[in-house]
Design a protein around this ligand. Structure first.
Ligand code: G3P
Length: 233
């Protein structure tokens, strides 16, 4: 047996968490069936894509997601004022113990995150595009910050630079805030996030499935099966 790896010498290192970024129940079930799913993130656009509209339908949908996955489920508020966010967030958090209230990175949102932190409600600060935004969200006690990698890449910026900056800042302190790399578009985003030490990645099912694919695996398996068939008739 060889020497333990550097990482293995620190057995308290956490595993990278995999969330799926969708409100589609079939895709959530598919990712859950792989046995690697740690949670779900949604946003108002993803809910609209599934045709989920109206307060009751939205709440029923979040409950349905919580029944599929035993992990954190981010549910986003629509209000942009402190009172509205608190009202909505408290109602969402009451739906299930795994609900994490997703709050936009605006000053009213930071006030709401501070309030939720004081009251034991977990939060995910969304629409993070700079290290300063991540720092203030962590200071307010956010459970997660969601830097949007893909949307930075879309405007010829580098989403990974942001992940690296936030990692460096958070490693200097003990905020307890996890870096949830969001707006992940494909498997290479996941790999880069893992190299930089993002705590969590959330992406579409295709990004998770992309991690498993390699043409040499398919060619190798076809050869193994062909050789087995030849010698076994
Ligand atoms: O849930 C927030 C984020 O992941 C959105 O991703 O692909 O719409 O930029 P995208």
């Amino acid at each position: 047996m060889g020497l333990p790896t550097f990482a293995a010498q620190f057995s308290n290192l956490p595993s990278m968490k995999f969330f799926i970024d969708t409100a589609n129940l079939d895709q959530i079930r598919e990712a859950q069936a792989l046995g690697i799913l740690d949670g779900v993130t949604t946003n108002p656009s993803l809910m609209a894509k599934e045709g989920i509209a109206g307060d009751d339908a939205v709440k029923a949908h979040y409950k349905a997601i919580c029944e599929i996955v035993d992990g954190d489920v981010s549910a986003e508020v629509i209000s942009t004022d402190f009172e509205g966010m608190v009202r909505e967030g408290e109602a969402l958090a009451a739906l299930h113990e795994n609900i994490v209230v997703k709050v936009p990175m605006i000053p009213e949102g930071i006030k709401a995150i501070s309030h939720f932190t004081e009251n034991g409600i977990r939060t995910n600060c969304t629409l993070i595009f700079s290290p300063g935004q991540a720092l203030i969200a962590a200071k307010a006690g956010a459970s997660y910050v969601s830097p949007f990698i893909g949307r930075l890449d879309d405007i010829s910026s580098d989403g990974m630079d942001l992940i690296e900056d936030i990692r460096n800042i958070f490693d200097n302190y003990d905020f307890g805030t996890e870096i949830l790399a969001a707006s992940v578009r494909g498997p290479m985003h996941v790999i880069e996030c893992a190299k930089l030490g993002a705590d969590v990645m959330t992406g579409p099912l295709s990004a998770i499935e992309g991690l498993m694919k390699h043409p040499l695996t398919d060619i190798g398996l076809a050869k193994f099966l062909a050789d087995h068939a030849k010698s076994n008739g």
